[in-house]
Design a protein around this ligand. Structure first.
Ligand code: ZN
Ligand code: FE
Length: 254
């Protein structure tokens, strides 16, 4: 099993370290800035071996080159986005596998926020790195892809085991749940999650990772197929993608 460390970066970004205690291999997922990642490596006496990139946005890659220079780690990212990512040592294709220590990870394409966005799934450790695709209580904005693409991306992730830990890229949970409550004010799990998140934030604690089970029960973007959500957005007879698109559009104006 891999060790997981959540690293707050910039104002509301997260990087993550995963570490295989048997081999010492250590990877970071996204590098919003190098300083906090280097500090976390020092604190654990870990040596960075791999840098995994989810997508090309600056707030996820701008520390990659500095971190590579300091550590000599290999950089892995989507081959389809190689032209707009830092130089890749390993270009990853859809559904390909790679390993961190003894553990094998699978690359899952999750277009929507950007076309080339990928997620990393480590089935044995039950870790899923989603950045700005599936987020805690929400999903990323549709900058490049369509609602249909993002809906399909999230549907793929929703199939993974419910105990999977979703490691997303930002601390947006408070506002995501505030919005979710406008759609499902009577959802008991959503109400208790919002209270828990408020207390975590009051203590300055991250609200990530979250379990996929929690997301399935409270994240409106995973619930567009439910009659309650369709009715909440005034589209009781619409198909799931239309309802998903309406939920996403309402959040953009929220
Ligand atoms: Zn982004
Ligand atoms: Fe981002």
């Amino acid at each position: 099993m891999l060790d997981l460390v959540t690293i707050p970066c910039l104002t509301d970004n997260y990087a993550y370290l995963i570490h295989d205690p048997d081999t010492g291999q250590t990877a970071v997922i996204d590098v919003p800035e190098p300083g906090p990642v280097l500090a976390a490596l020092d604190a654990h006496h870990w040596r960075l071996t791999d840098i995994l990139i989810t997508h090309h946005h600056d707030d996820h890659i701008q520390g990659v080159d500095a971190l590579r220079a300091r550590t000599g780690a290999m950089v892995l990212g989507a081959s389809a986005d190689a032209h707009r990512l830092p130089r890749l040592d390993v270009a990853l294709d859809a559904n390909c596998s790679f390993s961190v220590g003894r553990e094998t990870a699978r690359v899952i394409e999750v277009p929507g926020h950007t076309i080339g966005h990928i997620a990393f799934h480590f089935p044995e450790s039950r870790l899923l790195f989603t950045a700005d695709s599936l987020m805690a209580g929400g999903c990323g904005r549709l900058f490049e892809g369509t609602a249909r693409q993002m809906h399909a991306s999230l549907a793929k992730l929703a199939q993974l085991p419910p105990e999977t830990l979703v490691c997303s890229g930002h601390e947006y949970t408070t506002s995501n749940l505030r919005f979710a409550l406008t759609l499902e004010p009577d959802n008991p799990q959503l109400i208790s999650r919002a209270a828990e998140v408020a207390s975590f934030r009051a203590q300055g604690r991250p609200t990530v990772p979250s379990s996929l089970a929690t997301e399935l029960a409270t994240n409106p973007y995973l619930r567009a197929h439910l009659p309650a959500l369709k009715t909440a957005v005034g589209l009781p007879d619409a198909d799931d993608v239309t309802v998903f698109a309406e939920i996403r559009a309402r959040k953009d104006k929220f």
